[in-house]
Design a protein around this ligand. Structure first.
Ligand code: BGC
Length: 353
């Protein structure tokens, strides 16, 4: 039985791969793949599915915009689904995409472990999966495109320990369901832990921010400030959303701008806080590059080619062939050069009063 269904899946995927390669399927043998076009004469367009976890944070809006633009320029169809950080919703959206007949799936999971089931469904239908930005765990993912996420954490850890080598720290991590959160923290702790061991830094609060929600960061920092009678010297915030939440709580206590705090994503509001002095730094990950790389890789895969990869990352099941882009520290000293001159943000917006 198992063998038979495996064989069926293999045959089905070869049929699909063939019909994609051939660019048309007048034989009608691939009836399980709904064509995106109703025309029978025209060659079939490559159809890429994109599943994103959210549009609440600016970076994911950019990822989506970039991929839509790149897909359009390349003449391929992009079917986009956004799940608003809901695991079940994302799974059903992916089933939907699979039944619509996509050739490749670009998948940024809400929950990296839960996502494995959707990957397996897609692969059974002959669809290859690119794990986008966040690693999908414990399954055979075809490709992983992201930034060097341990390095992102190292840059945050290095920055904050240089700014505050001694004192009481609030250490926040991102959503436990996101493998990136683990990597960011791992990287940051390479710099923080030795100073804790030396007795210079005391971590008074060490908490993950569920779902990456800023309001959870507001609460964590508010509680910590109360418990420690405002005696906090530094905050490790894993991204700009959580930094924004933390700064709300600092502001309430008149401490905004007095407690160095990290961030990540180069969001406009974070850039504004950096020039105003309430956030110390952010990490610039050019999601335009990541989005572009994903569309290029997806088209290659759909054409039966292998995208070039530069490394592998282990997802507890396999070493996933990966492309990891570089990230950079941004603070008030280089914000104009990195974010404005590169066209990522507009000067008028960043310096808006
Ligand atoms: C991304 C970050 C983002 C966070 C929350 C992470 O997986 O790498 O850029 O801030 O998710 O959405």
């Amino acid at each position: 039985m198992i063998k038979k269904s495996k064989l069926f899946a293999t045959v089905l995927s070869s049929v699909l791969a063939f019909s994609m390669l051939a660019g048309c399927s007048s034989s009608g043998s691939s009836s399980s793949v709904a064509s995106s076009s109703t025309s029978t004469a025209k060659p079939k367009k490559i159809v890429i599915g994109l599943s994103l976890p959210t549009q609440r944070e600016e970076r994911w809006v950019r990822d989506k915009d970039t991929m839509e633009k790149e897909a359009k320029a390349a003449g391929v169809e992009l079917k986009v689904q956004v799940s608003d950080t809901d695991v079940a919703q994302q799974a059903s959206q992916i089933e939907n995409l699979i039944s619509q007949g996509i050739n490749v799936l670009i998948f940024a999971p809400v929950d990296g472990a839960a996502a494995a089931a959707s990957v397996e469904k897609a692969q059974k239908a002959g669809i290859k999966v690119i794990s986008y930005d966040r690693l999908i765990m414990n399954t055979n993912v075809d490709y992983y495109l992201s930034f060097d996420n341990v390095k992102v954490g190292e840059l945050q850890g290095e920055y904050i320990t240089k700014a505050v080598p001694k004192g009481n720290y609030i250490v926040m991590a991102g959503a436990p369901s996101d493998n990136n959160a683990t990597l960011f923290k791992q990287g940051a702790m390479k710099f923080i832990q030795p100073l804790v061991d030396k007795g210079d830094i005391k971590i008074v609060t060490d908490q993950a921010v569920d779902n990456w929600e800023p309001k959870n960061a507001v609460n964590i920092v508010e509680n910590s400030l109360t418990k420690n009678k405002n005696n906090i010297q530094a905050i490790l915030a894993p991204n700009d959303g959580t930094a924004g939440g933390a700064i709300v709580s600092l502001t309430t206590q008149g401490l905004a701008g007095k407690v160095p705090i990290t961030g990540q994503d180069a969001e406009l509001t974070a850039a504004q806080r950096i020039v105003q002095g309430t956030q110390s730094m952010t990490i610039y990950k050019d999601t335009r590059e990541l989005g572009k790389a994903a569309i290029i890789a997806a088209i290659k895969i759909a054409n039966g080619e292998k995208p070039a990869t530069t490394s592998t990352v282990n997802n507890k099941k396999m070493d996933v062939p990966s492309i990891l882009l570089a990230a950079q520290v941004v603070d008030k000293n280089n914000i104009d050069k990195l974010l404005i001159e590169s066209g990522y943000l507009k000067k008028d917006d960043v310096y808006k009063k």
